[in-house]
Each structure stands twice: as C-alpha cells, then as structure tokens.
Design a binder for this molecule. Structure first.
Ligand code: ADP
Ligand code: SF4
Length: 692
C-alpha cells in the first residue's frame, strides 16, 4: 500500500538549527520510568519509536546537576562525564533508524525535593513550587538563589549541553516550563527579586535568555537548541505591549532558540486523560506562537488522527506534531501513515496508565501496547512476533481485551485460532464500559484488534457462543485459553479492610447490574473501595439519570487511586459540579429499611447513618474462572482430549485493569508453546553500566 497524498505534508523535513528532522513526527520529551539505572531498557524503548518512523526522539527530563534531584521518581541525568555513555546507548539506537535524538536538559529548582542528594533546593525567591500540594511536599523549603547560584545554574546548563553533544545528541533543550528552572523567574508571583533578574518581564526573562544564548554558544554549531516553555500561566498575565506576557516573552526571544516546544504549565493538564479532554485540547496554549517567531513550533495534543495532524500544520498552529502517549500506544504510527495503513494505528485511548507507571517508578506500561517496556528485557517488538506452528489449533474462550489480544497475536503468529464469545458483541468489558460518561475512546482497545482479526484467514470468530467445559474438550484443539473475565461482587470489607462478606438485599447493586440496565431507586449511595474510575463514572451516570448520589469511601478522596494517573483533581471537580455528596474515611457496616450504617476507618469513631434507597457496591471483582477450574480439575480428561495445555488469562485469571488483561493475553500468545508459565526475562544489572 502507498501513502495517501493527503498526508504528504507530514513527511516533509523540518530544519531545527544545524540539524534537520526527516519528517514532522516528533516524539516529545516524556518521562519513561527508567532513569539512568536502566540504560538498555531506556535505549530500546526510545529506539522502537525511531524505527517506527518518528523523525525526532527525545529523552525524558534529564537532570543537569545534583541540585535537581526528583527522587524517588525516575529521571535521567547528565551530572558528570560518567553519565555520558548511558546516553550514547540511546542516541546510537535512535540514529540507527535515521531519526534525530534530543535531550531534555532540566533543572527542577524548587520543584524538586532533592531527597537523594540532600542539596538544599534552589529557587528564584525562596517560594517552593507545588509546596502546598501534599503529594509533592518534601518537607524542606528552598533557598533563594544569589548571583553566584545564578552563574552556577547557567554553567551547569552549558556543561550538561557539552556532555549531551559528546553523547551524540542532535537537539539540546533548555527547559523553562512546569515550575522548573528559569521558568520560576518568569512568574511574577514566584519572582520577588529586586536585582536585574526581577521586576519587568525583560528582567524576569534574563536568565532564560542567558541560558539559551550560552547553550547556543557552546553547542549551537552542531546541535539544535530547543526551548520548552509552558505558556498557560503567562497567558493569563496581561502584557504591557501585547495582550499577554506569554506573547511578549515569545516575541522578545522570538528567533533565539532553534525550536519552540510550547505546552501546559502543569503535568495534570498536559496529560489530561480522554475522560476530561479531547484530542488537540492544548491548541489554545500554542496557537499564538507561530505568528511571533520564524522558528519551528512543536506542541502535543494526544494526536492519533493523521487528518488532525495535517490540519494543525495547514492552519499554522504547529510545524512538528509532538506526541508522547500516541507514540507509546503505537511506536509505528508514522510508518503506518506512510504506508497507507492508517486503519492499523493502535490509537491511544487516553487512560493514563502510562502516567501511573511513571509514578510507580517502573518503565511505562500501556493499555494499548503491551510490548512497551518489554522491548529489551523480553525482546518484544510492537509489530513483529516469532511465527508459531500453523498446524496447531488454539481455542480462545471470551473476546474481551485479553481474549482479543491473545487471538490477534496468535493469529499474527500463524496458528489456527478460534475465538468464541458468549455475547453477540465482541470486546467484553471495554464494549460495556466505553458507554460510561467520558470513556468512549476505550472502545479503541476492541476496534484495533477486531479490525486486524477480521483480515486474518487463520482466525475464526464465533459470536453468541457460550462454551462449556465439554464444548472445549469436544472442540479438539491443541491449546485452550480461557478469557472469561470477571464480575463485580457485593462483598464489603470488615473494618480491618479485608472484604469478607456479601451484603444482602434487593436494593443492593453491583456495577454489572447498572451496566446491564438496572435502575436503582434514589437516593443512591455508592460504596467505593475500588478507588479507580468505576465509582465516579457510575456516580456521573446515575446523576445524569436524575438520582441523588452520595459516594462513601474509606479513602480521603473520590477515586483515590487516580492520584497515580493524574485524574484525581478533574474527577473531584466533576463530582462537585454534579452535586455528588461525599462521606470520606468511612466503611459501610449495615443496610436495612432505607438506612445505611457507617463507621469511621479510625477505630470506629464517628459512626453515623444516612438515608439510602439503593446501595451500589464498587469494590471487589472475582474472576469467572469456573470453566477454567472445571477443565483443570480433571487431568485425565485433559490428557485424553489431546489438549497440550489449558491456560487462563486476563480478568478470569486475576481481575485488574484493561492494561493487565491486554498484557496477559499478549504474554500468553507469545509463550503458549514455550512451556514455562513465567518465562525468563533479562534484568538490568549495575555491571551492565560498565559495558555500555
Ligand atoms: P478480560 O478483561 O479478561 O478480557 P472481559 O470481561 O472483558 O475480560 O471479557 C470476557 C468475555 O468472555 C466477555 O465478553 C464474556 O461474554 C465472555 N465469556 C464469559 N464466559 C464465556 C463462555 N463460557 N463462553 C464464551 N464466552 C464467554
Ligand atoms: Fe495512551 Fe493509555 Fe497507552 Fe498511555 S497507557 S499511551 S494513555 S493507551
């Protein structure tokens, strides 16, 4: 297949100072969860994007000095010459595929806690950024930078830029955004200085200008010097000569950098999930920039549609299409467009599981792309998979995310695959849950897989086919894979937190009941100890239907886990807007005659009761593993049937996120003929560092 001429513009080269990007696909700097400690994993995770056609591939935030230490979060660093070789590994990997490699040099100033290095954090005027937010409190304040500190900060940037050039990077960033480094100097409410670095915007921008000039002087002959600037906050500050200070700043520095990378001012806005933002939502933050500079402009916006990308360029918003999440979900997105295979793009669903893995301190995981993070240690490639034996047949029972991914990957391996689904519709939980408010993109998990499966002659799909154990035996296949999902229960915890007993009653519901169409009588109380999206999504749904809704939770926030995937604040805002009531830090202890008994998680103090027409328990899911257990309970029957193995995958094996289910299905497909239930994988070791 060949490229649609409509998309030719996406494949034009773009000059960035002394270097040229081969096309407009730009993997923007984004955290990876690997740091310097996992150089091989990191190199492979970046390389796969270059291989997939991204013209520029950047690191995540790369600290320039021990006074910028974001521990325990994983960040990479260029603190001294010893750190260079770790980066060369990635640069060489990216260069192998003709892409440019960029490094996001970063100084956190007072946006870091320096928990590891114990250096007192530096700041423009002693004001700690984010210091009032408990999640980031480091219990140490920052100290204002004196003139020597400012000279040092400029020198650290230059030293790190030289090291970056030694590592082979083509693009070097100056980071002036998200509360970090010279960005703090720009903000009037952070910068209270009375010297030449405070006061007028000219003065507040002095440090940013000096760093750009000095980095250009040091490496600008060979490296493009990019500036990453967060525009959102200064777009709200009226300017003296232009409408805002953001406009004034860009026009002041206009052509000084070789590239403007413009984005939001906070991480939660920059990575807003699909539940709370559309593709291209950040356009207002960047659309003013191109008019004020002749240098190329890049921005992000969870772009997965090539038509939207073309529109961004033709409308003069962007020159380069920045992407973090779309490049994680599909490292081969550019190549697929180039080859006229845009219907094969594995579109990001905007769930932010990737964000949560960075917060977990582990290499990024992705709901859509189960190979992300496994490129080096398991040798998994997002597009290629070792062939299997086409003579062998595999029956998969259940076509949710786990069964669909398993069928797709086994089909790609060439096995004779049969996928049987009890319902008429494929997709399992994603088909059902994508109808919840804000979750429509989740159907992409199904659609990507069904699109490919329908082109595979070796995969047969049977809908409306609930299978029994005898059906599986009678089918006469070599391998059986049970992917029958999970169901929500009415189990509630005792006050020690462990769910043990079911709460009885006609007015007690589970999410499955509501998703099946049940209409509970109000007022509805949602007892949420699942802590992810389901409780707040159902609250939204029931409120839309007119019910009075209260969420009771043992946590001190609604959907408390979503602190990890950056949705927490948006969920809270939505719940307030909808008038959802809340009772935090309480368990449900009883329910009868329209009254719900509650007890505080703190040794039972503050017991109370509230009116409740219906109780919706959002807590525990149990795997539908009856079929799997029945098959496995009789080894002789299995042996007689000729089955080599029966495996369970996804929620049936252990209920989890959709990402867990997809991963489980993929892992099974890769290893079904390998024998080991947990195949070996490579581990990064300190000794590897001396070899790179
Ligand atoms: P997962 O997330 O693990 O893929 P889902 O709950 O999304 O799990 O999907 C499980 C699928 O399995 C559902 O579509 C369900 O209809 C199907 N299923 C459950 N039991 C059977 C069965 N006995 N035969 C065929 N399909 C089944
Ligand atoms: Fe997109 Fe979700 Fe994958 Fe992140 S985890 S890249 S948001 S699909």
């Amino acid at each position: 297949m060949s490229r649609n001429p409509r998309y030719d513009i996406l494949f034009e080269p773009v000059r960035i100072g002394p270097v040229t990007a081969p096309n407009r696909f730009y993997q923007a700097p984004h955290a990876l969860g690997t740091g310097n400690q996992m150089p091989n994993t990191r190199a492979a995770m970046r390389e796969v994007r270059a291989e997939g056609g991204w013209g520029v591939v950047n690191t995540g935030y790369c600290s320039i000095h021990p006074s910028s230490d974001d521990s325990p979060l994983p960040y990479c660093r260029l603190w001294d010459d010893e750190d260079i070789k770790v980066h060369s590994l990635m640069v060489d990997a990216v260069h192998r595929h003709g892409a440019l490699a960029g490094v996001e040099l970063w100084h956190g100033a007072s946006g870091v806690g320096n928990r590891l290095t114990r250096v007192t954090p530096l700041s423009v005027s002693g004001v700690s950024s984010g210091g009032s937010y408990p999640g980031w409190i480091s219990l140490t304040k920052s100290r204002p930078m004196d003139r020597q500190d400012i000279r040092d900060l400029r020198r650290w940037h230059v030293d790190a830029a030289r090291r970056a050039r030694s590592a082979g990077f083509d693009i070097v960033y100056v980071y002036a955004g998200m509360g970090y480094g010279p960005y703090q100097f720009l903000l009037p409410w952070m910068n209270h200085r009375t010297d030449e670095y405070g006061g007028s915007l000219q003065n507040r921008a002095r440090l940013m200008r000096e760093i750009i000039e000095e980095v250009k002087e040091a490496v600008g002959q060979t490296c493009g010097v990019a500036v990453r600037f967060s525009s959102a906050e200064l777009l709200k500050v009226p300017g003296e000569t232009m409408q805002t200070e953001a406009h004034e700043l860009i026009s002041m520095l206009s052509d000084l950098p070789d590239l403007w990378d413009v984005k939001a001012s906070s991480w939660t806005v920059e990575t807003a999930s699909a539940r709370f933002s559309e593709q291209g939502a950040q356009e207002p933050l960047v659309s003013f920039v191109k008019a004020l500079t002749s240098k190329p402009v890049v921005g992000v916006g969870r772009f997965t549609s090539p038509d939207e990308m073309v529109s961004q360029i033709k409308r003069g918003i962007l020159d380069l299409i920045g992407a973090a999440r779309p490049s994680i979900a599909d490292p081969f997105l550019p190549n697929k467009i180039n080859e006229g295979r845009e219907d094969e793009i594995r579109e990001c669903i905007g769930c932010n599981i990737c964000v949560s893995s960075y917060h977990d301190g582990v290499p990024l995981r992705c709901t859509q792309n189960p190979t992300m993070g496994e490129e080096w240690r398991r040798g998994w490639h997002p597009e290629r998979i070792p062939p299997g034996n086409p003579e062998q047949s595999i029956l998969i029972v259940g076509a949710g995310p786990a069964g669909l991914e398993c069928a797709r990957a086994l089909g790609q391996r060439g096995f004779a695959v049969t996928l049987a689904e009890a319902r008429e519709q494929l997709g399992g939980r994603v088909t059902i849950e994508s109808k919840l408010p804000g979750l429509a993109t989740w159907a992409r998990v199904r659609d990507y897989r069904t699109n490919l499966i329908q082109t595979m002659a070796n995969v047969d799909v049977y809908r409306g086919s609930p299978l029994s154990a005898q059906d599986v035996i009678d089918f006469g296949c070599d391998y059986a894979v049970i992917a029958t999902g999970a169901q929500w229960t009415r189990e509630i915890p005792r006050t020690n937190g462990y769910p043990v007993s079911e709460i009885e009653g006609d007015a007690v519901f589970t999410p499955d009941d509501i998703l099946d169409g049940a209409e509970p009588e109000g007022p509805v109380v949602i007892y949420d100890f699942d802590h992810y999206y389901m409780g707040s999504c159902l609250a939204e749904l029931l409120r839309q239907r007119g019910s009075e809704v209260t969420i009771v939770t043992p946590a001190n926030a609604i959907s408390a886990w979503t602190f990890m995937n950056n949705e927490l604040a948006e969920i809270r805002v939505r719940m307030i807007e909808l008038g959802i009531g809340t009772v935090f830090e309480h368990h449900v202890t009883g329910f009868s005659d329209g009254v719900l008994q509650l007890s505080s998680i703190y040794r039972g103090i503050d017991a109370r009761s509230i009116d409740c027409g219906s109780l919706l328990v959002v807590g525990v899911r149990n795997g539908n593993d009856g079929l799997y257990q029945e098959l496995n309970s009789d080894a002789d029957r299995i042996a007689d049937s000729g089955l080599i193995s029966v495996r369970s995958i996804g929620d049936c094996r252990a209920p989890g996120t959709i990402a867990h289910a997809v991963y489980s299905g993929h892992e099974c497909a890769r290893n079904i003929d390998a024998g080991d239930s947990i195949p070996p994988m490579a581990w990064e070791r300190a000794t590897i560092l001396s070899e790179v």
